[in-house]
Design a protein around this ligand. Structure first.
Ligand code: GLV
Length: 319
């Protein structure tokens, strides 16, 4: 059997795959271009990919032997699940192990945006620190503020648990009620509009689906408080990025903390880069060494199970 792995992985993960298959690893630090990906999957029985690799109908058409796609990430919006299902290809992902690491990063963005840490550091490094003065770099309080969580899944729940440590009030939206969140962190389920109007911080934790694409646009941003902060460590396309830029530029909301963008890497001429009131991270939500190793091991195990025709430990539900 043959497997194509689209990026170098920690050695134990590759060893696990090598036990059952001949492994071809993309040798470059960036993702394989579409043409190279098409070429490399031609005789592959399994594909281990990242969220930067587009697995669509056109790619699958080039991979007649493929029986498993194992993604080293929890989000699978880069994979055409319906096309995989039509071809009998199983898909795996890596939920669970990255939940707390990602919530840590989302909370860090919330804090950095609220307390203007990016601006503060840039100012100090550029010699702009004059003296202590009453409203110098004054931001917003986090403790006792209201946090609105859009998408109370695993990561949203961990975000809420962190927020409770700061005695925040928690509101949430979710397709279904989340009794655990209501019991453990006293979260209250509200409509999106109520959440936007009442929250001091709005943090996005929903997957990118046709229903959530563009969920936060000009209308939703206009419903937020002018003092509010938006945090997005989910997927960039959940937010209309142009509308967000305009809301931040015109101070219709106070600040944002972003880890994800409509287009990644964020182009260096993106207007968000001209703003002081946004903290920008390069999609590092799950990027702790321990978590990334665990993700690689799960992705390897899912791949091996699929190659051997066994059920995947973490199989994505197919449409
Ligand atoms: C990262 O964004 C992931 O989906 O795991």
């Amino acid at each position: 059997m043959r497997a194509f792995v689209t990026r170098d992985l920690p050695a134990p993960a590759l060893d696990r795959i090598r036990n059952v298959a001949e492994v071809d690893v993309w040798p470059e630090p960036g993702p394989p271009p579409a043409a190279a990906l098409r070429e490399r999957v031609r005789d592959a029985d399994g594909l281990l990919c990242l969220l930067t690799d587009l697995v669509d109908e056109a790619l699958l058409a080039c991979a007649p032997r493929l029986r498993v796609v194992s993604q080293m990430a929890v989000g699978v919006d880069n994979i055409d699940l319906a096309a995989c299902a039509r071809r009998g290809i199983v898909v795996g992902n890596t939920p669970g192990v990255l939940t707390e690491t990602t919530a840590d990063l989302a909370f860090a963005l919330l804090m950095a945006a609220a307390r203007r840490l990016g601006e503060a550091e840039r100012l100090l490094r550029s010699g702009g620190w004059g003296s202590w003065s009453p409203l110098f770099l004054a931001g917003s309080d986090i403790h006792h503020a209201t946090l609105g969580i859009v998408g109370m899944g695993r990561i949203g729940f961990e975000m809420a648990r962190r927020a409770r440590g700061f005695e925040m009030r928690i509101l949430y939206t979710s397709p279904r009620p989340c009794p655990d969140a209501e019991r453990d962190v006293h979260a209250r389920r509200v409509t999106l509009n109520e959440l936007l109007q009442e929250s001091d911080f709005v943090s996005l934790h929903c997957p990118l689906t046709p229903a959530t694409r563009g969920l936060i646009g000009a209308h939703e941003l206009a419903a937020m408080k002018p003092t509010a902060v938006l945090v997005n460590a989910a997927r960039g396309a959940v937010v209309d990025q142009r509308a967000l830029f305009e809301a931040l530029r015109d101070r219709r909301i106070a600040a944002a903390g972003l880890d994800v963008y409509e287009s990644e890497p964020l182009p260096m001429d993106d207007p968000l880069l001209t703003l002081g009131n946004v903290v920008l991270a390069p999609h590092i939500g799950s990027a702790s060494v321990a978590t990334r190793i665990r993700m690689a091991m799960i992705a390897a195990d899912n791949l091996v199970a699929g190659l051997q025709g066994r059920p995947l430990q973490y199989a994505v539900a197919m449409p």
